[in-house]
Each structure stands twice: as C-alpha cells, then as structure tokens.
Design a protein around this ligand. Structure first.
Ligand SMILES: NC(=O)c1ccc[n+]([C@@H]2O[C@H](COP(=O)([O-])OP(=O)(O)OC[C@H]3O[C@@H](n4cnc5c(N)ncnc54)[C@H](OP(=O)(O)O)[C@@H]3O)[C@@H](O)[C@H]2O)c1
Length: 233
C-alpha cells in the first residue's frame, strides 16, 4: 500500500537518500525544506516539494493541516555550526535549537491527532552520536541529546495508541554537513571506527527506512546506534 512519507530536509544529504529510498519502494514523499523546490526530485511522480523554513515553529500546525494525512514522518532537517561554546552567537544558537529540536517536536505534536485517530504512524528522528557522547558544538550535542530524550518520552505516551517513535544516532556521514568539521578531527574520527570511513547517507536512509516501515512494533522509543564502533574506547 502506498504510504505518505513526510521528510524534512529531504532535498539533500541524508534526507535525499531517504526520499529516494521511500520513492523506490513505491511511497509518496513530501519534502519540506527552505529550498525544496530546487531539489533534483522536482517533477517526479509521487513527490511534493514544500519550501518552508522549519524555524517558523508557530506555522508548523498550518503546514501539517495543508498536507494529506501522513503515515511516516522522518525528522531529518538539521544544522551544525561547529563553533566553540564561548564564541557562539545567540542567533545561531536560536536557529539550531529551533531547527534541530523544537521543529521535530512541533511536527510530531501536529501529527499526533491524525495518527492517534488512525491508530498508526511511524516517526523516525535523525539524532546523532553527538547526543550520546557530547560534541565540540555543544548546542548541536544538546539538541541531539534532547531529540533522543523526546523520542523516548513521546513513545511512552503515544505507543499505547499504535504509534512507533524511534531514533537513529549516526556517527559522521558523508554529506555537506561535514564541511564545517576541521580535517584533523575528521581523520581522528575515521581512525576511531572499525572500517576507517564515514557512513554513507544511504546507510542512514536504510536504517530510517526500516524504522519507518518494517521494524517490529516492540521496537519503540529506541535509538539505533549507527556508528561503526565510534564510541570512545
Ligand atoms: N552528516 C553527518 O555527519 C551527520 C551525522 C549524524 C547526524 N546527522 C543529522 O542528519 C540530518 C541531516 O544531515 P545532513 O548531513 O544530510 O545535512 P545537510 O546535507 O547539510 O542537509 C541539511 C538539510 O536540512 C535542511 N534545512 C536546513 N535548515 C533548514 C530550515 N531552516 N528549514 C527547513 N529545512 C532546513 C536543508 O535544506 P535547505 O537548505 O533547503 O533548507 C537540508 O535538506 C541532520 O539532522 C544532522 O544533524 C548528520
């Protein structure tokens, strides 16, 4: 059965890999991002592109009301600035916390009434290893720790209504986001994983697709560690 999958940031990087995978499997995909309409998937069947800045938290209920019912939400859009904690402009901190944490919560909140009414729905939150072990960009780490925590809190409350809410916590993934990480740190991270490479966007998408499709009902409120052994040894 064709499902409607809402993917934030589905126009680039990990989100684009998710969009491609759900489309390949026959689903309908709505991509929400600031520049969604520039996406390479423009014009394809079963793709809807919505240009929207997810920092506009107050407009998120209206955004959801304008879309057909959503079966699967992939909360993927995010930003990392890689700035030191004592040189962090207020405006950047506000954008990061809105996009990485408040928007996913607002999207879930706006979708719950329709999902509860249908007694089904799957939500996948793209977190990060940063939320588990800390990060040089403390606000990024804080936002991802918060996302993992809210995954558990909301799964506890919505699980009894048939809704599955899980997270994926990847280590570094080959996307544009890595551009802000200094080269020596990138090399050190590569040396800390079993296979000496970063994850691919497709590997994250495969995991998100499984959580959004076939993972068992008993897996709820969990966070999948997709890090190739990168926890500190
Ligand atoms: N790459 C990694 O190493 C890595 C590791 C672990 C977790 N993650 C997480 O994975 C997710 C995707 O990261 P990525 O590496 O694919 O990053 P990316 O290539 O930089 O893509 C970021 C996405 O977020 C969208 N976005 C940014 N600001 C937005 C806004 N204000 N409103 C709506 N959409 C916005 C972007 O689209 P527009 O520019 O068109 O708005 C883009 O689609 C993020 O949550 C990130 O924290 C990444």
């Amino acid at each position: 059965m064709e499902r409607h999958v809402l993917i934030t940031g589905g126009n680039k990087g990990i989100g684009l890999a998710c969009s491609r995978l759900f489309l390949t499997c026959g689903d309908r995909v709505t991509i929400v991002a600031r520049h969604a309409s520039d996406c390479e998937l423009a014009g394809q069947e079963r793709v809807k592109l919505v240009d929207f800045d997810l920092c506009r938290i107050e407009a998120i209920p209206e955004l959801i009301a304008s879309l057909p019912p959503v079966d699967v939400l992939i909360n993927n859009a995010g930003v990392m600035y890689s700035l030191p904690y004592d040189q962090y402009p207020d405006q950047k901190r506000e954008i990061l916390l809105k996009l990485n944490l408040e928007a996913p919560v607002a999207l879930m909140t706006a979708l719950f009434p329709q999902m509860v009414a249908r007694k089904q729905g799957r939500i996948v939150n793209i977190a990060s290893i940063a939320g588990q072990i800390g990060h040089p960009d403390i606000w990024y780490g804080i936002s991802k720790a918060g996302l993992i925590n809210v995954t558990k809190s909301l799964a506890k409350q919505l699980g009894p209504h048939g809704i599955l809410i899980n997270a994926v916590a990847p280590g570094p993934v080959e996307t544009d986001m890595l551009a802000v990480i200094p080269e020596p740190r990138k090399q050190a991270i590569k040396q800390a994983v079993y296979t000496g490479r970063f994850a691919t966007a497709f590997e994250v998408a495969q995991t998100a697709f499984w959580l959004g499709s076939d993972s068992p009902e008993y897996l709820n409120g969990s966070c999948i560690d997709l890090n190739n052994g990168a926890f500190p040894r």
